[in-house]
Design a protein around this ligand. Structure first.
Ligand SMILES: Cc1cc2nc3c(=O)[nH]c(=O)nc-3n(C[C@H](O)[C@H](O)[C@H](O)COP(=O)(O)OP(=O)(O)OC[C@H]3O[C@@H](n4cnc5c(N)ncnc54)[C@H](O)[C@@H]3O)c2cc1C
Length: 469
């Protein structure tokens, strides 16, 4: 039996796609930077089917590229352009919430569940699934875990990794690693789940995850704040952290980013005039309604204003205004993409080093590409700044700009690493940052990663050409 017939016998004809139009969307990444043609797209709807399909791929010497919502920003869910014959294994039909237990503060969701649906299910049970970011309406639990996604609330509840209690994973030989426990304490040997979280599909296919929930937020206050610069933002961050409220988001955005949001955003209303060089979006929460959160927000902003750290502020007066602040943040990547070609980075530095990082980066970028336009936005509360260099106004040829400013990303990575940071804060390595692994990743760490890869996937079946340099 040939491969397509064998796969069809497992998943059914509707779930083995091979027509060019059907597979085309699975052959390109969100940014349109990476393209590769899968031999087929497989859409299993059970752990057993995932296992059977992987064995079928191994038998036919075909590599497996797992795919979730395909919102990843490192080209990891797309087959290599000139790589081995590969299929895309899409988890989209494995999308059931298996259990939700409010008393346990836990949820067990299959890999293909869209993140936003998990948030909604948690809310209906009176709980909070705390991770949040712009692509949550499309990204899936399997992709979220395989990239160890961060987002705007990392500073309070950690990355995706920190939410996981247990995993179910299909290994490259088809065996199922059933570690789907919901317990919070389990010291029975190596915590194997952490190999697959952030593994970008190179070690196996996550089919389900048991994850922590939090108590629902009782009160939140959200403000959009104009600040004179990153130093002032850092001081404001300390004030907020010391205010007695929970700081659950603290984002820093350059004015240029807000200009792009105002220009390209659909239905976005920026709360303050575009007159300040920098803005902060901050959200506070409290576990009890008696905590005077509004007073805390107003008082902290007032003190910061007296100290010259805040120029102006708009505190959301309604849930609609609050959602608008986060919509501006979440729609920004799309506005930036529509504006002009850019080269992006995903760096992190210690929170205290964010101002210095931005100072050095701006100086070096201006010296090297004075015609480029620097955009900086990010999760300043956890030190993760996404710095991009946009092409000069009117230049829409992405290829030409990427060629002209090809050294931009290595330059920014080097600045972040020199300040004790990382060249890959939350998007992963995929195809796009393998070169940086060679430059910046500790050689011993790479050796161990290779040993782990060879031990679990000696045939290099899983997502070849990703992560490892
Ligand atoms: C507008 C926008 C905003 C974003 N903002 C953020 C942000 O703030 N923070 C952040 O961290 N990321 C952000 N991202 C990046 C992206 O949303 C995340 O990386 C997300 O976790 C990817 O999920 P996905 O389901 O789309 O995964 P995909 O893109 O489909 O896959 C990503 C990787 O996971 C692997 N994979 C997918 N499913 C599985 C599985 N079940 N088992 C094994 N491997 C699997 C793939 O092979 C690939 O290596 C943003 C992206 C966009 C488009």
């Amino acid at each position: 039996m040939d491969f397509l017939a064998a796969a069809t016998a497992i998943a059914g004809p509707a779930n083995v796609l091979s027509a060019p139009d059907d597979i085309a969307p699975y052959g390109v990444d969100w940014r349109g930077s990476y393209k590769g043609t899968p031999a087929a797209v497989l859409r299993p709807n059970s752990t057993q089917q995932v296992s059977d399909l992987i064995k079928c791929c191994v038998d036919h010497r075909i590599a497996v590229v797992p795919a979730g919502g395909r919102t990843g920003l490192a080209g990891a869910a797309v087959p290599l352009a000139n790589g081995p014959e590969s299929v895309v294994l899409s988890l989209e039909r494995l999308n059931r919430i298996r259990t939700i237990d409010a008393r346990d503060f836990s949820i067990v969701a299959e890999a293909g569940c869209v993140v936003q649906h998990v948030q909604q299910a948690a809310a209906e049970a009176g709980r909070l699934f705390p991770i949040q970011w712009g692509a949550q309406g499309t990204a899936q639990i399997g992709g979220m875990l395989s990239t160890n996604a961060g987002g705007i609330r990392t500073l309070r509840w950690g990355n995706a990794r920190d939410l996981v209690l247990g995993l179910e994973v299909v290994l490259p030989d088809g065996r199922v690693l059933d570690d789907l426990r919901r317990v919070r304490k389990d010291n029975s040997g190596y915590a194997l789940r952490h190999l697959f979280i952030g593994g970008e599909g190179t070690l196996g296919v996550i089919t389900a995850a048991a994850m922590r929930l939090q108590p629902a937020l009782k009160r939140v206050e959200t403000a959009y704040v104009a600040v004179p610069g990153p130093d002032a933002a850092l001081s404001l961050f300390s004030r907020m952290m010391e205010s007695g409220a929970d700081v659950i988001a603290f984002e820093l955005c350059a004015n240029y980013c807000m200009e792009m949001a105002a220009k390209h955003g659909v239905g976005l209303r920026i709360p303050l005039p575009l007159e300040s060089p920098w803005y902060v979006m901050v959200e506070l929460s409290a576990a009890h309604e008696s905590i005077p959160l509004r007073e805390i927000m107003e008082g902290t902003l007032g003190q910061a204003m007296e100290a010259g750290e805040v120029l102006d502020a708009a505190i959301a007066d309604s849930e609609a205004q609050r959602q608008m602040i986060w919509k501006i943040r979440e729609d920004y990547p799309d506005c930036s993409r529509r504006d002009s070609p850019s080269i992006g980075t995903d760096t992190s530095v210690p929170v205290s080093a964010v101002p210095e990082f931005l100072r050095i980066a701006e100086r070096e970028l201006k010296a090297r590409w004075p015609e480029g336009r620097m955009a900086a936005i990010g999760h300043a509360g956890d030190g993760n700044i996404h710095l991009s260099l946009h092409a000069p106004a009117g230049m829409m040829d992405r290829g030409a700009w990427v060629a002209r400013a090809a050294d931009m990303e290595p330059m920014i990575n080097a600045i972040a690493v020199s300040l004790g940071g990382s060249f890959s804060a939350e998007h992963g390595i995929g195809q796009s940052k393998r070169h940086a692994m060679v430059t910046h990743k500790n050689a011993v760490a790479i050796d161990i990663m290779r040993l782990v890869k060879n031990a679990i996937d000696p045939g290099n079946v899983m997502n070849p050409g990703k992560v490892l340099p």
